[in-house]
Ligand binder design. Structure first.
Ligand code: NIG
Ligand code: FE
Length: 381
């Protein structure tokens, strides 16, 4: 049994609603878990000591939405967009072609590099989706690669209908043979419910088949237009409705009344030059909000949760505290995890030491690399 005392913490944001912020704090980790948090000077003895010298500490970020298994990039599409070409999701097929052509090793190396990039920026839990294979074998191998990097793997065979296939035939494949091949590697099932991707009936069919196969649901909903995605997510008890950019009042009410988290992905609005989701409206209605990167080569090629926090504060009406909570505890709620996203006794000792006296600096000093150290299960990364 090894105990580590973290002290010299100027401001500890624990995320625990009972006691969210402690000034001049200490934290003790034991065997990878948080054992004690409280004021410095009252901490129990420990085997080792880490003095963070007046810095702030927050829980590791929980990035609950990322597409990391892919090949190629879409620089040209981004450039065109910045000259006024709108984002439609059609570019997904470009990445599908590159992904199908790549070897397992190339895909695994690319995904691992992005996870390493995320870790270095303070993300200690990440969800990874398939969705750039769109054949039985390419979806299966995407998920197998993802399982080597995280427990939070999501089957997104229903990302778009691949070129050359009729939508109904493809939905049959996604809910049949592809699901059977992918389910052993996935915790979650997801579908992109949008004009040009999957309609309400198709989304429902995909999610219901996934749930029947033992997966839990999450949905790409209401990204580019209002539609049935959020409603279906809430009805089916999905853990999360992701994007939530175009919401009716009924959608907001449904999210507030359900256990479905509204996961906002401001990197996508930034990179597609689109209006941001209205986080204030969701929070004021009582919905649980998460922030995630949506890291992918098309709509949001960022791995930085700190960037998303800064965007959420500046552009979406969130306070720094709400944004940091959404990027940690919110993400944990969106993944139905209680062992991450906060620092309270019993949780994993996944924590980030910031080169700043307060978490507020994540928004106050946008673009500045403030992550000083990352500890995973109490161990320095
Ligand atoms: O969440 N919207 C669907 N899927 C991704 C984008 C994928 C892409 O453009 O490659 C998203 O934004
Ligand atoms: Fe996405």
């Amino acid at each position: 049994m090894t105990t580590v005392l973290f002290d010299g913490i100027k401001l500890l944001y624990t995320g625990d609603p009972e006691c969210a912020e402690i000034e001049d704090a200490a934290l003790v980790a034991e065997d990878g878990l948080v054992a004690w948090v409280g004021p410095a000077g009252r901490a129990p003895d420990a085997d080792e000591r880490v003095d963070v010298r007046g810095r702030a500490v927050i829980p590791g970020f929980v990035d609950s939405h990322a597409h990391l298994v892919f090949a190629g990039d879409r620089t040209a599409e981004f450039q065109a967009r910045m000259s006024g070409v709108p984002y439609t999701g059609g570019g997904i097929r470009t990445t599908v072609a590159a992904t199908r052509a790549a070897s397992d090793a190339e895909l695994a190396t690319g995904a691992a590099a992005l996870v390493a990039e995320m870790r270095a920026q303070g993300t200690t839990t990440v969800e990874i989706k398939s969705g750039y294979g769109l054949t039985v074998e390419d979806e299966r191998r995407s998920l197998e690669i993802a399982t080597g990097l995280t427990d939070e793997t999501t089957y997104l065979g229903a990302h778009v209908v691949p070129s050359g296939m009729a939508a109904d035939d493809y939905v049959r494949l996604v809910t049949g043979e592809m699901l059977q091949a992918c389910a052993p590697y996935a915790k979650w099932v997801d579908a992109f419910c949008e004009r040009g991707a999957f309609d309400g009936d198709q989304t429902r069919a995909v999610l219901e088949a996934g749930i029947k196969a033992g997966l839990q649901a999450r949905v790409h909903a209401n990204q580019l237009s209002e539609g049935p995605g959020v409603r279906i997510a809430c009805e089916l008890g999905a853990a999360s409705a992701d994007h939530c950019t175009h919401l009716s009042d009924a959608d907001v009410d449904a999210l507030a009344a359900s256990g479905t988290v509204a996961t906002l992905l401001p990197g996508a609005e930034f990179s597609t030059r689109s209006p941001y989701p209205d986080a204030r409206r969701l929070l004021d209605a009582g919905a649980v909000v998460a922030l995630a990167t949506d890291c992918n080569p098309g709509s949001s090629y960022t791995s930085s949760m700190a960037f998303c926090v800064a965007l959420a504060v500046r552009e979406m009406g969130m306070t720094p505290l709400e944004a940091v909570r959404a990027a940690t505890l919110g993400g944990a709620r969106a993944l139905r995890r209680t062992d991450v996203g906060w620092l309270r006794p019993g949780a994993r000792a996944d924590l980030v030491v910031l080169d700043a006296p307060s978490y507020v600096h994540l928004a106050y000093r946008p673009g500045v690399p403030l992550v000083h150290q990352v500890f995973l299960g109490g161990l320095l990364l």
